[in-house]
Design a protein around this ligand. Structure first.
Ligand code: GLN
Length: 485
């Protein structure tokens, strides 16, 4: 069987340019891999083989005329919360199980214009709420490093698919860590861009002031290539940033002279000492490569998680109100007498436990009498956290933390304990609360399970993050290790 699916995007691009391989062969190789492994992993919810092969044929025609961009003919997977016209878009929820997208999200339009091949839609926690992909209405995704463990979430399907070579790269969305946390647990690269860097048009809204779409790659370069294709202003998303996005397809590794801060507040109780040790070693490597390392304090950082888990459910409860089974979403198969009864039945049947929990929490904190005590207060805390980051970035180019306090946990281990699950996000949510960009890349293994290093940058400094990450990646070889799966 062909092993083209194991290539990185950059490697595949070189081979496509040299006409050593065709986009159809590359796509077929990924489709074969999916067919062979998806029963075990459950990473794809929809595989659009026919459309993908047709897109690959088009790519081959362009390649024959030497019209080749970085993503021409490259098979990518898309989180099932990002609309691809004509494909199902379930958001991992029963309430949208039959919904077929009527249009392409802006990021999909851009990927198609770049010649990429969209191979299918990946599994996720229902409405992107979760850190393990156990909350999907369509079954849990398995971590390719250990099938008894979670791949992280909520973009667990995309991360597992890239990790298991079912595709060359993928898109996820990150509201509180849903790209970086699964990237960490699956040993790949994941980038959450600055809030406003990538259009959210066509992304099912979870918490609109946090949500960002971003790439997964097997390498930093691959993530940079996908980032360069999807970023940029979009008049359909009023929060998207107007300034031009740098083209990072010719990323040059750079570290020398960079000032890197280590936030003392991130080395928390509950951090696995072996993870801490690996992150310490990564910091040493960065120092050897010429970075200037110093401690930094972000005094309000410990309030990120509580602030996030107030604001996020508030926004989610409002966003999810539209799924009433009449205007949007599946209707329950029961007779109802009143409109309210109808809404209640549709929502009770259509939503799983986690969306229900967050709708209740969010509705409560937004209700009169509690709004100021919870929502307004959390927003004030958010401002404090933003100030902390601004202060830190007046002095430092980057901040380094572990991405997650521990390695991938066992399926079921935290499923009945929402607080333990929420704690998994403790190191990722602050970048969303502040809106700054952050990346996770592999920095070693604990008991044969990957560990991620988080690099947080100043607003719109994806380039600084990626060029530093590239220098680190080139100096280490963590991403050359693959799961036996
Ligand atoms: N795990 C976080 C949550 O459940 C983040 C989710 C996300 O980024 N979509 O809220």
């Amino acid at each position: 069987m062909s092993t083209l699916n194991t290539l990185t995007i950059k490697e595949a691009h070189t081979k496509l340019c040299e006409k050593e391989i065709s986009a159809v062969e590359l796509t077929q190789s990924c489709l074969d891999r999916i067919q062979k492994t998806n029963d075990q992993l459950n990473s794809f919810l929809t595989v659009t083989a026919e459309e993908a092969l047709a897109q690959a044929e088009d790519a081959d025609k362009n390649i024959a005329e030497n019209k080749v961009g970085p993503l021409t003919g490259i098979p990518l997977a898309i989180k099932d919360a990002i609309l691809v016209a004509g494909s199902k878009n379930t958001c991992g929820s029963k309430i949208l199980e039959n919904y077929v997208a009527a249009y392409d999200a802006t990021v999909i339009r851009k990927l198609k214009e770049a010649g990429a091949v969209i191979i299918g839609k990946t599994n996720l926690d229902e409405f992107a709420m979760g850190s393990s992909t156990e909350n999907s209405a369509f079954g849990v995704v398995k971590n390719p490093w250990d099938l008894e463990r979670v791949p992280g979430g909520s973009s667990g399907g995309s991360a597992a698919a890239v990790c298991a070579d079912q595709c060359l790269g993928a898109l996820g969305s990150d509201t509180g860590g849903s790209i970086r946390q699964p990237a960490s647990l699956c040993g790949i690269v994941g980038l959450k861009c600055t809030y406003g860097r990538v259009s959210r048009y066509g992304l099912a809204a979870l918490a609109s002031s946090f949500d960002q779409i971003g790439p997964f790659g097997k390498t930093v370069t691959d993530a940079a290539w996908i980032f360069s294709a999807i970023a940029g202003h979009d008049e359909k998303d009023s929060t998207s940033f107007i300034e031009a996005t740098p083209d990072l397809t010719n990323l040059i590794p750079q570290i020398k002279g960079k000032k890197i801060g280590i936030p003392e507040e991130c080395f928390i109780k509950g951090l696995n000492p072996k993870v801490k040790k690996l992150v310490g070693e990564a910091v040493d490597t960065l120092e050897k490569l010429g970075a200037k390392i110093d401690e930094v304090s972000l005094p309000n950082l410990s309030y990120s998680l509580p602030a996030y888990y107030i604001i996020m459910p508030a926004e989610a409860s409002s966003n999810l109100a539209r799924y009433d089974g009449i205007r949007y979403g599946r209707a329950a198969e029961v007779e109802t007498k009143t409109l309210i009864e109808n809404y209640l039945k549709n929502k009770a049947e259509g939503f799983g436990d986690e969306p229900k929990r967050r709708i209740m929490l969010g509705t409560y904190t937004l209700s009169s009498g509690y709004y100021d005590a919870y929502y307004t207060k959390a927003q004030k805390v958010r401002t404090k956290i933003i100030e902390d980051f601004k202060k830190a970035f007046a002095e430092f180019d980057l901040l380094i933390t572990p991405t997650v306090p521990d390695v991938a946990f066992k399926i079921g281990e935290k499923a009945d304990d929402p607080l333990a699950m929420y704690l998994n996000d403790i190191l990722t949510v602050s970048a969303n609360v502040a809106g700054v960009p952050a990346l996770s890349l592999p920095c070693g293994f604990v008991d044969d399970l990957p560990v991620g290093l988080q690099m947080i940058g100043n607003y719109y400094q994806e380039e600084t993050i990626l060029e530093t990450a590239l220098a680190y990646e080139l100096a280490t070889d963590w991403n050359s290790k693959k799961p036996k799966f």
